[in-house]
Design a protein. Structure first.
Length: 255
C-alpha cells in the first residue's frame, strides 16, 4: 500500500512543502519553542571594524554574514566596534546594516545570513529597522522560501522563527518598499541566536519526526523539485528517477 501511495504522490503533489514555519516577536516565546540554542553571536569577539560588503564574515555557529546587490555608496554593512559610527545599537559591538530596494537596473542591496549548518530555529535583534524603506527577512531552504519576518522601528526588537519538518539555509534581509534614490534602510543587528537542525537517523524520514508518513513523501517531492541535495538519494549530484526509486525502496523497507 505504501508503494502505491508513494508513486501516486509524485504525480499529484509537485511543489508541495511540508516544513512548518512559525514566526516570533517575543524572545521568551521563541526560547520555549526552539529549545536550547546551539550557538549565539553578540559580535564581542571583534576588536576592529570588519567590512562584509565585499566578502563574507564568519560568525559563530558556522554562520556567515554577507552583502549582495550593488551598494553604490559603499554605505554601512560592516561590523561596528567602538567608537561607533551610528547610534542604532545597544552600545556594544554589532552589525551595522543597510538594505536598498531594487530600482531600475540597480538590483538594490541585501544583507544575507548563510547557515553552513542548516538551522531549525534562528533569531536576532534589530534597532530602528523601519524608518525608511523598512526591512523584511526572507527565510530560505535552498531556493525555497519558507516564510518572512517584518522588522519594526523599535530598539532591541526581536524577530525569530522555528521550522518543523525542515531546516533553513539562509536569511535574506531586504528593503520592504521603494524610496526613490539611495535612501534605503540603515539599522543595527545584534544578539543572534540559533538552533542547528539535526539530520534524521532514518534517511526517508525527511521531516525527522521518527515516523514514515505521507508528510515524508510530500517533503521529498518538494525537495526533489527544488534540486535539494537531501533528495539526491544516490548521491550522484543529479535529480533523476533513480532517486525516486531509491526513496520509495527505503520508505517501504521502513526504519
Amino acid at each position: 500500500m505504501k508503494t502505491v501511495v508513494a508513486i501516486a504522490s509524485f504525480c499529484a503533489l509537485a511543489g508541495v512543502a511540508s516544513a512548518q514555519f512559525t514566526s516570533f516577536t517575543d524572545r521568551a516565546a521563541w526560547d520555549a519553542a526552539a529549545g536550547t540554542p546551539t550557538f549565539t553571536e553578540d559580535f564581542s569577539g571583534f576588536t576592529a571594524d570588519v567590512i562584509y560588503r565585499a566578502a563574507p564574515v564568519s560568525l559563530a555557529g558556522n554562520l556567515t554574514l554577507s552583502q549582495t546587490g550593488q551598494n553604490v555608496a559603499e554605505f554601512r554593512n560592516f561590523i561596528d566596534t567602538p567608537p561607533f559610527q551610528f547610534t542604532d545599537n545597544n552600545g556594544t559591538t554589532h552589525a551595522s546594516a543597510f538594505t536598498n530596494f531594487p530600482e531600475g537596473a540597480n538590483p538594490g542591496v541585501q544583507v544575507v545570513f548563510t547557515f553552513g549548518t542548516p538551522v531549525s530555529a534562528f533569531g536576532f535583534e534589530t534597532w530602528t529597522a523601519n524608518g525608511g524603506e523598512g526591512v523584511i527577512a526572507d527565510v530560505f531552504d535552498g531556493t525555497t522560501l519558507l516564510g518572512s519576518l517584518t522588522a519594526d522601528n523599535l530598539n532591541a526588537s526581536f524577530r525569530g522563527f522555528t521550522i518543523t519538518g525542515g531546516t533553513a539555509t539562509s536569511v535574506v534581509l531586504r528593503s520592504a518598499r521603494l524610496s526613490a534614490g539611495q535612501g534605503g534602510e540603515g539599522f543595527g543587528i545584534d544578539n543572534l541566536v540559533g538552533v542547528a537542525g539535526s539530520a534524521p537517523t532514518c534517511r526517508p524520514d525527511l521531516n525527522n519526526d521518527g515516523e514514515l508518513t505521507f508528510d515524508d513523501i510530500q517533503f521529498f517531492v518538494s525537495l526533489y523539485n527544488a534540486n535539494d541535495p537531501r533528495a539526491d538519494f544516490n548521491n550522484d549530484q543529479e535529480w533523476t528517477f533513480d532517486d525516486i526509486q531509491l526513496f520509495i525502496s527505503l520508505y517501504n523497507a521502513g526504519c
